[in-house]
Design a protein around this ligand. Structure first.
Ligand code: ZN
Length: 459
């Protein structure tokens, strides 16, 4: 998510708390809530991690310039239900050389320049692919305000987000929405995440990024000047192609009307944008909170639905038939509930709690319907675009498991499924000859997905 949905920011500024509470029902029925700065939600509201902690700092990422033998680990690749026991993995300058049973290791080469890691009791997991995030905002209780931070503040926030995500095992970020501003580093006016993406290439202490540029939204939905506004199909196509020309890897449509649960654009209008984007070899994805926008998006040929909190069985069947993915962000309502517990504000009110609880219940039901229909599910945090924060993808894995998904499948949603969505064949995979983009956690994430919080080492 990111924008306020049904209430524009300028309107929000004029609303009193009492009026906001009265509007609660409307808000709950349509999008989700954009918040007024100065409201008594603490700026320090940190969304707590359910369990575990991270022990590796960014500066301690293992050097890619030498061989490392991880000896006797278990391996959870998110592709089959069986944990692979007692595996040894040799890496050399950031590549996986071989993967063998502990008792059938190949010669790792001379001991000089070889780091041997006793990995017994640890589980090797592919680098996370966070399939939905917003790099330039920190998330938390006042996430919306931060889309108005100065460009240099947003760059600093992105650095911290990148560090947090990397330390939590994230190898890739699918970044789908940052404001268009003048980048203080390269001087270019475009979505701020695009320059960050380019500057982080080759950095072991940052995830790699694919970015959807700036949101494309109908009038009066997102904050003025944050999204690119498209009133009709011609403007949709122009905006989509404009983002690709500026260097976006994919296109993000924000399909939400100002005062309705229905789509602001028809499926035919969306189809024109999808066709234009596909003709240039890119994909298009759609923020869709409600059923009407999700339907228009799917019938309009988008490649993925973001959030999809209110899908139904028929639409899930259609998504499965077309191969439209669902990117879940169940930790957004979970984070709102936690913010309410920790720092009060709207999310501690009855209306706030009810909205977040119902959204979570419907989101969980959508995920169940999608899974039963055979829709491919990818996991996202939506950090920066809601209350959630960078480095919390393990929480989304736990949330998917809570919907009845098997832990190995939920790990797949947070790794290689996201890699496929990015069209990056190595993202979220561990294979001989491939990049050593994995991390080691304490415990067995197939028995207890909370183990994914317990990062002990990044490869
Ligand atoms: Zn988002």
């Amino acid at each position: 998510m990111s924008g306020p949905g049904d209430l524009s920011r300028s309107n929000l500024r004029t609303l009193t708390r009492r009026r906001m509470l009265r509007l609660g029902a409307t808000v709950a029925g349509v999008g989700y809530v954009g918040w007024v700065s100065g409201w008594k939600a603490s700026a320090a509201a940190l969304v707590g991690e359910p369990s575990g902690n991270t022990v590796i700092r960014a500066g301690q990422v293992a050097s890619a310039a030498r061989r490392v033998l991880y000896r006797g680990a278990n391996l959870a690749d998110g592709r089959s239900p069986a944990l692979q026991l007692g595996r040894s993995v040799l890496t050399d300058r950031g590549r996986v050389v071989w993967i063998r049973p502990r008792d059938a290791e190949e010669d790792p080469g001379p001991s000089h320049g070889l780091d041997v890691v006793d990995a017994r009791g640890l589980t090797i997991v592919p680098g996370f692919v966070d399939a939905h995030c917003h790099l330039t905002s920190p998330g938390g209780a006042n996430w919306l305000d931060h889309f108005r931070d100065s460009p240099s503040t947003m760059l600093a926030t992105a650095e911290r987000n990148g560090e947090l995500a990397r330390e939590a095992g994230t190898a890739w970020l699918r970044e789908i929405g940052s404001p268009t501003v003048i980048d203080p580093v390269d001087g270019r006016r475009r979505a701020l995440a695009l320059g960050i993406r380019d500057r982080w290439v080759g950095r072991a202490d940052r995830p790699r990024i694919r970015s959807g540029g700036t949101w494309i939204a109908p009038p009066a939905v997102m904050d003025k000047g944050v999204a690119i506004v498209a009133r009709n199909a011609d403007e949709l196509v122009a905006a989509a192609l404009g983002q690709l020309q500026q260097g976006a890897d994919l296109v993000k449509l924000y399909i939400q009307a100002a005062n309705s649960n229905e789509s602001p654009w028809t499926a035919t209008e969306i189809r024109r944008a999808s066709d234009a984007v596909h003709a240039r070899g890119a994909i298009v994805t759609a923020h869709a909170m409600s059923l009407g926008p999700a339907k228009a998006a799917v019938l309009g040929g988008v490649d993925a639905i973001e959030h999809g909190f209110r899908l139904d069985a028929d639409l899930c069947a259609e998504m499965a038939r077309r191969g439209t993915r669902l990117v879940t962000t169940l930790i957004v309502p979970r984070s709102w509930l936690k913010i309410g517990q920790q720092s009060g504000g709207y999310w501690a009110t009855r209306a706030g709690r009810r909205y977040a609880t119902r959204l979570l219940e419907r989101g969980e039901e959508s995920a169940r319907l999608a899974r039963r229909a055979g829709v491919v599910i990818c996991a996202g945090t939506d950090f920066g675009g809601g209350g959630s924060r960078a480095g919390q993808l393990a929480w989304e894995v736990e949330s998917l498991v809570a919907t009845g998904m098997q832990p190995w499948q939920a790990l797949g949603a947070a790794t290689w499924r996201g890699g496929e969505l990015l069209d990056e064949s190595d993202a979220g995979r561990i294979r001989e000859g491939g990049p050593a983009d994995f991390f080691l956690v304490a415990g067995d994430p197939y028995r207890n997905p909370a183990a994914l919080w317990n990062v002990r080492r990044l490869a």
